[in-house]
Design a protein around this ligand. Sequence first.
Ligand code: TRP
Ligand code: SF4
Length: 352
Amino acid sequence: MANPSKKRVLSGMRSTGKLHLGNYVGALENWVRMQDEYDCFFFIADWHALTTDYAETSRLKENSVEVLLDWLAAGLDPAKCVMFLQSHVPAHAELHLLLSMITPLGWLERVPTYKEQRENIKEKDLGTYGFLGYPVLQAADILIYKADFVPVGEDQVAHVELTREIARRFNGFYAGEREYIFREPQALLTPAPRLPGTDGRKMSKSYGNALLLTDPEPVVRQKLKTMVTDPARVRRTDRGNPDVCPVGDLHKIFSGQETIAKVNEGCRSAGIGCIECKSWVADALVKILNPMQERRKKYEDNPRLAWDILEAGSARARDVAGATMDEVRKAMGLGCSPNDSSKDEPAKDSTK
Ligand code: TRP
Ligand code: SF4
């Protein structure tokens, strides 16, 4: 795991509770692949969840546990990657504070997600210090592990870009003789197909249109039955077009070539009905979800097991983060401990 020749990857997910298929194809599936090739750190961003959901925190812990269970279900393996909880590595908060000192307000006000979310999320007051500082905390998350790569979706690329600018500014002020203290991380844009939910809009928990990784087969089939189709295909005898049908989109992502060919042919010629077509998508989804749910069950039956994985991961993360913070404090001229014999320190009292 600590193989120095491997590039380091870091990414996080807010603790939003049970994950859906969009989270899987947009991130998790990619992470599972990466853990074989990189030195991976993945964390549950419970502090980031607080930046918007600060007023009601009764489900915060449960939501973190659900994310963890879905990660393990999807195949993240504690023998191959480090999984941890942000709030269990308090050094993120210390670095966030220090980075906040050097981050110009204008940089934060210009972040696209800041404006967007303040305009779109009207039911919560996002005029807080913490919400404005969201990307600074994210920069701390990334820089404290000296990550080479940060796999993210498109909406997060601006945050990684800002992280690079903060790193550059920090190095400019404090690196001194050294080439740098923080490495500028690179965003790895996860090639994510747009995944439609049952109403045809982008799959999202807040739209209530999501297929959850934990949905049992009958629920998957039921949700698909209610899924919208090509609006031109009203009757069974109408011809349709899978390229404008959300069910067609799901086929392209989850079905094999043979099924896709059958759908193309059958839909355009009215040779198949939508009910049949949807049952094929359901078949494909169940095949992906079944092994996940099987794996999840092991941890659901024994929650201690999952929690122990998170605790061990957090301990490992604290070690790595702690080493970076030692460097950072020293570079900034902050509190060296009295028995640190480094030359940057004030001379020891020799009168004793
Ligand atoms: N902001 C990210 C999101 O909403 C989650 C996140 C927090 C993150 N810290 C991170 C992602 C660090 C990558 C790296 O999806
Ligand atoms: Fe959509 Fe399938 Fe119906 Fe065609 S047959 S409109 S692809 S659900």
